[in-house]
Design a protein around this ligand. Sequence first.
Ligand SMILES: [Zn+2]
Length: 93
Amino acid sequence: MATKKAGSTSGSKIEAFKKLRDEARQEILAEIADLEKQIEEKKTEARELGFITESAPARGKRAVGARACKICGQLGHNSRTCPQREKASAAKS
Ligand SMILES: [Zn+2]
């Protein structure tokens, strides 16, 4: 890499142009990579918040995707599969 040639003017414009173009390209590529990263982060965020689910038609304003269990109030399962269900029903005595 011998680009530092003081005094030589021939082709310096082309060299400068190439350098600018290369810099612009790298900048754009970096920007794209950054945007893609941001998109992935947002997707992960949305998935964690429950905005993106396999079967969420976004019904209502408070569509959270993951429904809270009616028995224990926890997310991730419903009243049918609640681990607290048996305890709750057994506690009735
Ligand atoms: Zn539960």
